[in-house]
Design a protein around this ligand. Sequence first.
Ligand code: UP5
Ligand code: MG
Length: 196
Amino acid sequence: MKPQVVFVLGGPGAGKGTQCSKIVENYSYTHLSAGDLLRGERAREGSEFGQLIDSYIKEGQIVPVDITINLLRKAMEETMKADEEKFRFLIDGFPRNEDNMQGWTRVMEDRADVKFVLFFDCSNEVCIDRCLERGKSSGRTDDNRESLQKRIQTYLQSTRPIIDQYEKHGKVRTVDASRNVDEVFADVKAILDKEG
Ligand code: UP5
Ligand code: MG
């Protein structure tokens, strides 16, 4: 069975991870956060990419796709190997720029079907407030004002154009993510119930 993929995009702190967790509770999807995979690789003893990932994340820059795509591919393969019924994936926080898109096309286009992009639309102010609030306890090296400015810049310059490209092909399902978690999820449910 070819893996079925939903890309989950939106600004830093838009609620991608929160909503993906709720989707997993209610639907047969596996959640893969590209950011979490990169943070895991950064923490892995013996990783040759630890320092590079660390500095990219702090600077709000997008890690070269070869690293990210290998982590995603491995995670997908391992999931399906362990349970062949698990072929539906939420890929959260990827693709974020043109380099990511090219990497996906090169490595994954023939191995997986992208169904649509779930886009959590949220103002920069709300995104920043949520991340600063989370930063009080998250331990994330990028939940501070300085990194957040850079993350927002990168999002606007590099990721929005990717969302726009998918939009042109009618592939984007947009949710107003500035509301509370349950209100946002009600819209997510309506989309998933319709799209299958
Ligand atoms: N919260 C969530 N929903 C809420 C709601 N509706 N109302 C009120 N509060 C809400 O939520 C963030 C915070 O807001 C939480 O405290 C939550 O409780 C609250 P979360 O669900 O974590 O939002 P999310 O969109 O997942 O935010 P995250 O910070 O994870 O987004 P980013 O896209 O910035 O982070 P990510 O981990 O994807 O990437 C981090 C870095 O990794 C990138 O900047 C980049 O350097 C690198 N990266 C790559 O290089 N390549 C990749 O492919 C992916 C990442
Ligand atoms: Mg996240």
